[in-house]
Design a protein around this ligand. Sequence first.
Ligand SMILES: NC(=O)c1ccc[n+]([C@@H]2O[C@H](COP(=O)([O-])OP(=O)(O)OC[C@H]3O[C@@H](n4cnc5c(N)ncnc54)[C@H](O)[C@@H]3O)[C@@H](O)[C@H]2O)c1
Ligand SMILES: [Zn+2]
Length: 357
Amino acid sequence: MISFRVELGPASHAVNIGEGLLERLGELAAAAGLSGRCALITDANVARLFAARAQAALRAGGFDPVTIAVEPGETSKSLAALERVYDRLIEAELDRSSSIFALGGGVVGDLAGFAAATFLRGVALIQVPTTLLAQVDSALGGKTAVNHRLGKNLIGAIYQPRLIVADVSLLKALPEREFREGIAEVIKYGAIMDAPFIAELEREVEGLLARRPDLLEAIVERCLRHKAYVVERDEREAELRSILNFGHTVGHALENSVGYGRYLHGEAIAIGMTAAARLSCALAGLTAQEAQRLRALLGACGLPTAMPPGWRSEEFRHALARDKKRSGAGVRFVLLSALGSTTTRLLGLEEVERLLA
Ligand SMILES: NC(=O)c1ccc[n+]([C@@H]2O[C@H](COP(=O)([O-])OP(=O)(O)OC[C@H]3O[C@@H](n4cnc5c(N)ncnc54)[C@H](O)[C@@H]3O)[C@@H](O)[C@H]2O)c1
Ligand SMILES: [Zn+2]
């Protein structure tokens, strides 16, 4: 097991990464000072796979868990699902000394995290991420939210967990496509802040795709340490934290214009990073060879890199403009001046379309 701390003043907490940690969940949470009544919030898929093991581990650590399983999928990040979660928490008589364990992907982490932030004005939250995306990204940083019918993540809070437990052996059960989309976020950390990591990933593609546990442990650790570095310096995204949006400007615009469902988030981000690398060659000093390495690595991991046919639409332009900073006429892009270093540029919509054409 690898452990480190995220330093956020009074909200500082430990991160544990390793194989077989689900079986030690109760012990690890007890060591973080938690005990007693708790809710294990999960989704139906994850419940089928891991709830019994998590419950047993919690009981062994002295906890008394009630399990709440929501429907799998983004629709559970809703006010309606949240209300059902509150109902169950109240029925189960959780009190202010109780804790909430979020066992699942980013959907469960965001929903259970917001429930923990708000129930009784805040109860202890333990993130137990089970997707690669959640293990390398969403579990750390404290962003919690549900969606509103008018937009994603519109209702939420920054609420730090008391503990993160990332058991990389759980990733074996992930469907291939969901595993690969998480790799896009892994590659993102290399692109924005760790060029040697890109070289290591290039060498280890085979082991990564084979989900070798020792490799996954090292990769998840490296990504979480990078995210912790960023969040420690800019918890509320005043400036630095925005580098984590590399690839997300075009990525979100694709998700919104070609429609949710066509691409998984990580797939849209892979295309978005490739597009941002192209803009970086034209405007920020990234070399064509570096951009090609990024594209080739994403491709070798089975991720799409080409803009979809017909991407130049009114909807795309609209979606891109929604990312626009209120102050300026353009869209704020995170670009690369080299692999491992970022810079930002305000770009006009026409300029973006011209450079990506
Ligand atoms: N809070 C943040 O900082 C942050 C960052 C990035 C993304 N997000 C959010 O994360 C969400 C996406 O998260 P996600 O990609 O993890 O999706 P998800 O939570 O929907 O999980 C994907 C699917 O995999 C299943 N699953 C989960 N773990 C599994 C396992 N070990 N084996 C087999 N199946 C498993 C789930 O049931 C689900 O069907 C989005 O709502 C996004 O907004 C939040
Ligand atoms: Zn993302």
